[in-house]
Design a protein around this ligand. Structure first.
Ligand SMILES: [Zn+2]
Length: 281
């Protein structure tokens, strides 16, 4: 009888070590060693008005921790701009006629930002997958106009060289966001532009392991993040329910259920550009 107990304890301990080890290893794939953990990156840079500039509905899913905490902890005014309605997206699962997808995804984006407490959200109708073909000035002027109205002191943008995922729409929107900020500074009006730009950084090890060639490209061409903060994975799970046409996206991309991905990927990473010492030329 005693032997059986000892065997049971040994087996249970081994299992525990195996599960713990797998968790530790899995989690290390989604962590960035240069990043210092903080409560709120927005608070860290003194943000009171935060604007995020995105390319597609659901892009905000990767930075929802930043927005949720900026609103609920820092009391910041939060705003989002999404350049396209995501009409070219793949539905996982299919919830609508494909020709209605732009309308559906626009609604999903607006509902998700509402769920994050975002104060205002504009979803524009530039072509999904065709942002680089739109005349630059048109988007830059529109961004300038929006920023002058919203007056963000912190802007969240895609890193122009990688766009966080290597998507050309993301890269272009990152580039045009920087150009819009430079134009505002040059015009020298009453609103002098944001004092910080935050770039969302993707977990490099996981990306190069699971993201194929594009993942490797992104991992090698993005800057190191200075800050890490809680990803508010509960809000992300709610977000995928709201983005019903994209609900199974993580599962289809990583072959893992969303809850398991977020058990490991539980932080958001940000590179910070202080425009007072490092202005956009
Ligand atoms: Zn996107």
């Amino acid at each position: 009888m005693r032997k059986r107990w000892i065997a049971l304890i040994v087996v249970a301990s081994l299992l525990l070590v195996a599960v713990g080890g797998a968790y530790w290893f899995g989690r290390s794939l989604f962590h960035m060693p240069t990043a210092r953990g903080v409560d709120s990156v927005n608070a860290e840079v003194g943000g009171t008005r935060l604007l995020g500039v995105f390319a597609h509905p659901d892009d905000e899913q990767t930075v929802n921790g930043l927005f949720w905490r900026a609103k609920t902890q820092d009391g910041a005014y939060t705003a989002m701009i999404t350049a396209t309605r995501g009409e070219a997206g793949h539905q996982v699962p299919q919830v609508a006629r494909q020709e209605d997808l732009g309308d559906v995804r626009k609604a999903e984006a607006l509902r998700n930002s509402f769920n994050l407490g975002v104060d205002e959200h504009e979803v524009w109708d530039y072509p999904d997958g065709g942002v680089p073909d739109v005349p630059e000035d048109e988007i830059v002027d529109r961004l300038v106009k929006a920023m002058k109205r919203i007056k963000p002191d912190v802007v969240l943008a895609f890193w122009p060289e990688t766009g966080a995922t290597g998507h050309l729409d993301h890269m272009k929107m990152g580039e045009l966001t920087e150009k819009a900020i430079a134009q505002i500074v040059e015009e020298g009006g009453a609103y002098a532009g944001p004092h910080h730009v935050l770039y969302s950084i993707s977990p490099a090890v996981a990306l190069s392991m699971f993201g194929g060639e594009t993942g490797e490209f992104v991992a090698e061409n993005q800057p190191d993040p200075e800050f890490a903060m809680a990803a508010e994975t509960g809000k992300k799970m709610e977000g995928w329910e709201i983005h019903a046409s994209q609900r199974d996206y993580l599962q289809s991309a990583y072959y893992l259920p969303a809850w398991l991905v977020y058990l490991l990927w539980d932080q958001e990473f940000y590179n910070v550009r202080d425009l007072a010492t490092d202005p956009i030329e």
